[in-house]
Design a protein around this ligand. Structure first.
Ligand code: QAP
Ligand code: CO
Length: 172
């Protein structure tokens, strides 16, 4: 089922999500719906709070070398913990909860993350570049943060201006 994606400035996006404790069918259903929603909206990453569910779960599905977004490459990350962070990298980020706005964000280039899968099994993974950036972006959602809080003052002013303009256009 395709779910509604919450968008800025919805207050729910600013709440901290809680740990997943039950690895049951309902969790599996949520993850399946998140995947369907992310694909339908042309996303590469989605956190549960973006569909209104404040639990520490996120999914990422990056395109492969053939530029195909293959479901085989889907990563489901539950209760993540960053064990190591190294370097800095700048990527232009976007967010399904901030549609139409893209801006450069500086994040760690290499990370080691520990997480659980939908069955509750624990994994450890090294990630770099876009995957590392995407994990950090989605983990920010779990703590109630949006990428627009991670851009500089002037870029944030530009966002605020564009957002106000888009509100005016909608009310016409
Ligand atoms: C997070 O974001 C991300 O504005 C995932 O109109 C993105 O999937 C992390 C999207 C880039 C690092 C780099 C955004 C789709 C998708 C939009 C997304 C839009 C349609 C965003
Ligand atoms: Co996002």
């Amino acid at each position: 089922m395709i779910l509604n994606v919450l968008t800025y400035p919805n207050k729910k996006l600013y709440q901290r999500s809680i740990e997943v404790v039950k690895f049951d069918a309902a969790l599996g259903e949520l993850l399946d719906d998140m995947y369907e929603t992310m694909i339908a909206k042309n996303g590469i990453g989605l956190a549960a709070i973006q569909v209104g569910r404040p639990v520490r779960a996120l999914i990422i599905n990056l395109a492969n070398e053939e530029k195909i977004q293959d479901k085989k490459d889907l990563i489901e990350i539950i209760n993540p913990q960053i064990l190591k962070k190294e370097g800095e990298v700048v990527f232009q980020e976007g967010c399904l909860s901030v549609p139409g706005f893209y801006e450069d964000v500086t994040r760690a280039e290499f990370i080691t993350v520990q997480f659980q899968d939908r069955a509750g099994n624990t994994h450890e993974m090294d990630a770099s570049e876009l995957l590392a950036v995407c994990i950090q972006h989605e983990m920010d959602h779990l703590d109630g943060h949006l990428f627009i809080e991670r851009i500089g003052y002037n870029k944030r002013k530009k966002f605020d201006k564009e957002f106000k303009k888009s509100l005016k256009e909608k009310s016409k």
